[in-house]
Write a protein that binds this ligand. Structure first.
Ligand SMILES: C[S@@+](CC[C@H](N)C(=O)[O-])C[C@H]1O[C@@H](n2cnc3c(N)ncnc32)[C@H](O)[C@@H]1O
Length: 398
């Protein structure tokens, strides 16, 4: 066995012994498809030396390059939409990657594919995941769409070199690929806040859509939706799925100070009843974070702890569209000094979401699910009839 095959086989063994990779057919596919062949000459990793949050280049001759190819890690393959923010090639933001193998395995297994199942993948990136789909389902049954033409071209070359011939499309995956629909399965390898209606419309009744669902607040959940005869899709949260966004649904960029100006005219002082700590400290798998994210669209959070040991904290909630609230948390208080600005009453919206979650019995995230219809999406607990309250009318960002 050559060194690369050995590394690949060791990775597959690790995923199997951890209980992540359970399906023998996917195991065979992951053993066969060479992940390193999909990595570009230059990839990016955290700049640990500078420790400034930037992403630095790692070239093929660096030992990390091949190590990452067969470690259970995602590998960043593009930064800043292809134009690195710094002249030395360092970047600010990962915009494409080869996904983490354990997550790839989890998503492919959730997709429930057999020989001949027709699949649409959203987000071709390097083509690695697409190659796995071709291996399992047959190239002629696989369609994959990538928005970035440079990445799409490279993916086509990578796939061709190894001998896979899926149908590749350059375009906005949020629109699906209508000319190849209907599909038995749709797999998104990018996160959606609003699950695109086209995905549901282009999936056959009884078909499955697996997608990361990111509200933008604290947690990204993996969803498995089954499409019904009436074109409505229902499904549960399976676990974590940290993914980059569909380009059209990206979070408005910027730091706290780009969105919060406490000196602005019209800032209102008030007393807040909301204890912000349970929301700040919410465990991603615990259900509260997903509820708040789903019911308070666009929410971001920044907290500063006092350094005097008092336990006090300044908590900013903001929506990046002109509304914010600052709550000055003091341990043991039952009301807090607070300031708010903008058209949305974020404090009330968060309280409303927290109450909805308490009222539902404080469910963990794995009891939560989503219904997607042509009118929109609704969050529920345990079954689609037990909906969490939607945001109050007039609130939300779209
Ligand atoms: C995490 S990567 C996909 C991982 C990949 N499937 C793999 O094999 O590991 C996400 C990709 O989605 C692409 N993308 C983002 N928005 C998109 C959109 N609206 N339509 C199609 N692709 C999109 C990005 O350019 C990026 O290449």
């Amino acid at each position: 066995m050559d060194e690369l095959t050995e590394r690949r086989s060791a990775l597959v063994d690790r995923l199997t012994s951890r209980g992540t990779l359970t399906d023998p057919a996917w195991r065979a596919a992951m053993l066969k498809v060479p992940r390193h062949a999909f990595l570009p000459e230059t990839v990016w990793g955290e700049d640990t030396a500078a420790a400034d949050g930037r992403l630095t280049t790692v070239v093929r001759s660096h030992p990390d390059w091949i190590r990452w190819a067969y470690d259970d890690v995602s590998v960043i393959t593009q930064v800043d939409d292809g134009t690195p923010a710094f002249p030395d090639g360092r970047g600010d933001r990962a915009t494409s990657s080869v996904s983490q193998p354990s997550l790839v395995a989890e998503m492919l297994q959730a997709l429930d594919v057999e020989d001949g199942t027709s699949v649409l993948e959203i987000g071709t990136a390097t083509g690695y995941n697409c190659a796995l789909l071709c291996e399992r389902s047959g190239s002629e049954n696989v369609t994959s769409v990538e928005l970035d033409p440079v990445l799409a071209k490279q993916a086509a070359a990578n796939l061709r070199l190894i001998g896979y011939k899926p149908h590749l499309v350059v375009g906005d995956g949020a629109l699906g690929v209508p000319e190849r629909a209907p599909f038995d399965r749709i797999l998104a390898t990018v996160a959606a806040r609003d699950i695109p209606k086209a995905w549901i419309a282009q999936t056959r009744p009884g078909g499955v859509v697996v997608t990361p669902w990111a509200t933008g607040f604290a947690t990204t959940a993996l969803l498995r939706l089954v499409v019904g005869e009436d074109g409505t899709a229902y499904g549960r949260v399976l676990g974590d799925a940290p993914f980059m966004w569909l380009r059209g649904q990206r979070v408005v960029p910027g730091e706290l100070r780009d969105h919060v100006d406490e000196t602005a005219e019209g800032v209102e002082e008030f007393r807040a009843g909301l204890d912000s700590m349970p929301v700040c400290d919410a465990d991603p798998a615990g259900g509260l974070a997903l509820t708040v994210g789903a019911l308070v669209p666009g929410l971001s959070l920044t907290r500063f702890h006092a350094t005097d040991g008092s336990g006090e904290a300044s908590v900013y909630f903001y929506d990046r569209r002109g509304s914010w609230v600052l709550i000055e948390y003091t341990p043991g208080a039952d009301a807090y000094e607070a300031y708010r600005f903008g058209p949305r009453d974020l404090c009330a919206e968060i309280e409303h979401a927290v109450r909805a979650w308490w009222g539902a019995g404080r469910p963990r995230r794995d009891r939560m699910g989503l219904t997607v219809t042509t009118e929109g999406q609704r969050v529920w607990i345990d079954d689609p009839d037990h909906e969490l309250l939607p945001p109050r009318s007039g609130q939300g960002w779209s």
